[in-house]
Design a protein around this ligand. Structure first.
Ligand code: OOG
Ligand code: NI
Length: 462
């Protein structure tokens, strides 16, 4: 008997991400339109900014640019979340970070499933922002019991998907044929359903409590609610969207426009109203809106010091605005953000010297041919041009931004105030494991790149 080799989890993730994108493009044509706009803008930017093109080539990031996307789903029970964690693990995706959305009036807490090693991210950076509904926040005991009973009846994974997850866990991987089947089966969990699992009246009651509760409870599964390509210039895409018949939200979430992008900037267009048949209707007489489009621009991952500065400046700008950003105050908000963020150094050197961002270090051509001292400092290697530093891409999400994205799609009516806040422990208990600390992951990547430089140059760093 010949032993079949396993397909690497990174390749399974890459194929799954492609399959998901194809499915979404087919089901939501506006996503296809957005993808085209992003692709064109990226091409223009690379032509206009040779320096940026060089940087993306230097770090190898250019290769992942077209594959880059994230998605989001919302699940209803602990067991759904725990099984999702196992499904994502087959694709080399781990839960990174904990996000509490209750301060923004959204009754969920979340994590991001993603690859954690820079080599794996290079193969496919695909990530899924995954939220767990907090049923304990439903005030009416009767409605809570109803929601629980509806969720208890559904099974969001196919039998075959469950079998293949088990197979991967016991055998230690999937063969080519199994991996192919796994991608098809896993996709089913994220598919849109045109019929609900409740009556129109039950849907209304759930929705009146919170639109998000209806979105999670009233359907057969956690439909993917958006997929987000990465653009190199989000301001251009935001400005171009209306020209292409797409209406963007009022403000771009995240830091203001800068020379050296940091963290994550995001904008989205409103969720589409789609026809739905409720269980007491033979045809699609109702409607539900959940699926939308989003774009993002990623910048440097920040160190704890950089992140603290970001949070302080963001809070200061929002405090001064005194309100959530919206259509009416968008210009004022943007001006306040620019003003406050002038305090954040906007050169790579400045960010590196003040240890505000994480970097990856690469040996330069010059370094490869230079004769080396046995002991040398990293600063000296940079100074003499033997090593160069490229910012490390931020791979995660931002709670205030995520809240803004949720809200723009749920409408103002979805504002609620919850007495309860973050509960990472409950989330991790549901997940069946702990979430990883994203800052530790960035620090490890940075450290590995420094060690690799020292190795390649045959020097000992002091
Ligand atoms: C997730 C919203 C958050 C992001 O990019 O911050 C998000 C959701 O609406 O389920 O996707
Ligand atoms: Ni998103």
């Amino acid at each position: 008997m010949t032993v079949q080799p396993f397909v690497s989890p990174d390749l399974i993730r890459q194929r799954f991400s492609k399959a998901m994108s194809d499915m979404y493009r087919e089901e939501v044509p506006l996503y296809g339109a957005l993808m085209e706009l992003v692709e064109k803008t990226n091409r223009d930017v690379l032509e206009r900014e040779p320096q940026l093109a060089r940087q993306l080539h230097g770090s190898g990031e250019i290769a992942r640019l077209d594959m880059e996307r994230h998605g989001a789903i919302r699940v209803g029970t602990a067991s759904e979340l725990a099984t999702l964690a196992r499904l994502f693990a087959v694709m080399g995706m781990q839960p990174v970070g904990y996000y509490d959305l209750t301060p923004a009036g959204v009754p969920v807490h979340s994590t991001a499933f993603r690859a954690v090693h820079e080599a794996a991210l290079q193969v496919s950076p695909f990530r899924v922002f995954t939220s767990l509904l907090r049923l304990e926040l439903i005030e009416s005991a009767e409605l809570r019991a109803f929601a629980e009973s509806v969720l208890a009846k559904r099974s969001i994974f196919t039998e075959k998907a469950l079998r293949l997850i088990e197979q991967a866990e016991t055998a230690g991987g999937l063969t080519e044929a199994e991996a192919e089947e796994f991608v098809l089966q896993a996709l089913e969990t994220f598919r849109w359903h045109h019929s609900a699992t409740v009556t129109a009246a039950q849907y209304q009651r759930l929705s009146a409590q919170h639109r998000l509760i209806a979105d999670v409870v009233a359907f057969k599964g956690p439909h993917i609610n958006h997929l987000t390509p990465r653009t190199l210039d989000i301001d251009i895409v935001q400005a171009q969207m209306p020209v292409h018949g797409i209406t963007p939200k009022a403000v771009i979430e995240g830091p203001p426009r800068r020379q050296c992008p940091i963290l994550l900037r995001q904008t989205s267009f409103k969720a589409l109203d789609e026809p739905i048949a409720f269980t007491d209707q033979a045809q699609a007489h109702g409607s539900h809106s959940a699926r939308f489009g989003e774009i993002e621009q990623r910048g440097a991952a920040l160190t704890p010091k950089g992140r603290a500065l970001y949070d302080r400046l963001l809070n200061a700008a929002r405090d001064e605005l005194g309100d959530f950003p919206h259509e009416g105050n968008a210009l004022h908000y943007n001006a306040l953000m620019t003003e406050h963020f002038s305090e954040f150094p906007d050169t790579l050197e400045g960010m590196r010297e003040q240890q505000l961002a994480y970097f990856r270090y690469f040996v330069t051509e010059q370094g490869q041919t230079a004769g080396h001292a046995q002991q040398i400092s990293l600063e000296e290697l940079l100074h003499t041009g033997q090593v160069k530093a490229e910012p490390l891409v931020y791979e995660d999400f931002l709670p205030v931004s995520a809240a803004g994205i949720f809200q723009s799609n749920l409408g103002d009516a979805a504002q609620a105030h919850y007495g309860e806040h973050a509960n990472r422990q409950a989330f991790e208990q549901a997940l069946g494991r702990s979430t990883l600390d994203e800052l530790a992951l960035y620090a490890e990547t940075q450290q590995r790149s420094i060690a690799a430089c020292a190795d390649a140059l045959g020097v000992k760093l002091i």
